[in-house]
Write a protein that binds this ligand. Structure first.
Ligand SMILES: Cc1cc2nc3c(=O)[nH]c(=O)nc-3n(C[C@H](O)[C@H](O)[C@H](O)COP(=O)(O)OP(=O)(O)OC[C@H]3O[C@@H](n4cnc5c(N)ncnc54)[C@H](O)[C@@H]3O)c2cc1C
Length: 280
């Protein structure tokens, strides 16, 4: 089986390429000929390469760009598309993939046949430094979209999904400046970052979208997630349930976050966070 693995995110690229290599001959693409191409142009060029080289399966990293390219590519090839798969198995009837459904409450298994376009989020598969493989150049055709202006909305250099430790800020914080408590704790942890629930980013606008975790925000898989003043609604949990350890701090002992937490502290975040920071 020939499997093409690619992502515009370097770390994620190594993960999908390694996984691609687990299932057969691994191919990757070189996009240096089309540096500013839009997702439609990339998908069309990738489809041409896939057909030319008889690639069986494409596994893309589920970065912003990857999520945009993947379904377009599947449409070009007329192949099934499975987004954000958790596992891939190859059998006599083709591929079987698993992906989370119902906000992460269930796992669904799909048989997708011998050809498919798949995506995987960061941390789903392990990376290897040098995976080898064959590099295929994408054609340098002009982009079909002309960028007339770029306006910054979020800090794109900030990457919550690759943080090892995440301190989550919820509505339990009373004021924007109190987020300094979460930043202080995150600052004590190597690879620490501050994330937040939707209302903190979308309604209060205390933090940018790049910090937003959940169903409609980022999915994280850190070593430890500290949920502070976060109630743990299903849409929030959908984005954090991949964390290896979840520690919750909440004044309400019945808060749903305690149902998914490995360690729960029933207490006031204004007292608990400074204490944890001090201990670290
Ligand atoms: C379609 C849809 C998509 C959504 N997507 C997302 C998403 O991607 N991400 C997301 O987060 N939400 C999402 N939501 C919103 C979600 O349903 C919740 O409303 C949201 O997660 C609640 O945020 P919160 O936990 O910060 O606030 P709240 O639910 O208000 O919880 C605040 C918590 O803080 C605790 N608290 C208060 N004071 C303190 C204190 N001093 N110390 C400690 N604890 C304290 C309270 O007991 C409470 O549990 C979505 C909703 C919908 C309908």
């Amino acid at each position: 089986m020939k499997v093409l693995g690619w992502s515009d995110d370097d770390a994620l690229c190594m993960q999908v390429r390694k996984e691609a290599g687990e299932h057969g001959d691994e191919f990757q693409v070189d996009r240096s000929g089309q540096p500013d191409a839009d997702p439609s142009t990339i998908a069309a060029a990738m489809a041409a390469v896939v057909q030319e080289h008889g690639i069986d399966v494409v596994l893309l990293g589920a970065s912003k760009l990857g999520k945009d390219v993947a379904p377009r590519l599947a449409a070009h090839l007329d192949w099934p598309y499975a987004a954000e798969v958790q596992s891939i198995e190859a059998g006599a009837d083709g591929l079987t993939v698993q992906r989370m459904v119902l906000s992460g409450n269930s796992m669904a298994t799909y048989t997708v046949g011998k050809n498919a376009v798949l995506t995987a989020t960061p941390g789903t598969f392990e990376a290897e430094d040098d995976v080898g493989g064959t590099e295929l150049a994408l054609s340098g055709e002009a982009s079909t979209v002309q960028v007339v202006e770029t306006r910054g909305t979020a800090d794109h250099s900030f990457d919550l999904s690759s943080a090892d430790y995440v301190v989550g800020v919820g509505r339990g914080f009373k004021a924007q400046e109190d987020i300094a408590l979460a930043e202080a704790l995150a600052g004590k942890l190597p690879g620490g970052a501050v994330g937040c629930s939707r209302p903190v980013a979308a309604d209060l606008k205390w933090l940018g979208e790049e910090h937003w975790m959940g169903l409609s925000g980022h999915e994280i898989k850190p070593k430890v997630y500290f949920a502070a003043g976060v109630s743990g609604q299903i849409q929030h949990v959908a984005g954090i349930r991949g964390s290896k350890i979840i520690v919750a701090v909440n004044t309400n002992k019945d808060a749903p976050i305690f149902q998914v937490a490995d360690y729960g502290i029933v207490g006031d975040l204004y007292k608990v966070l400074p204490k944890l920071t001090e201990l670290l």
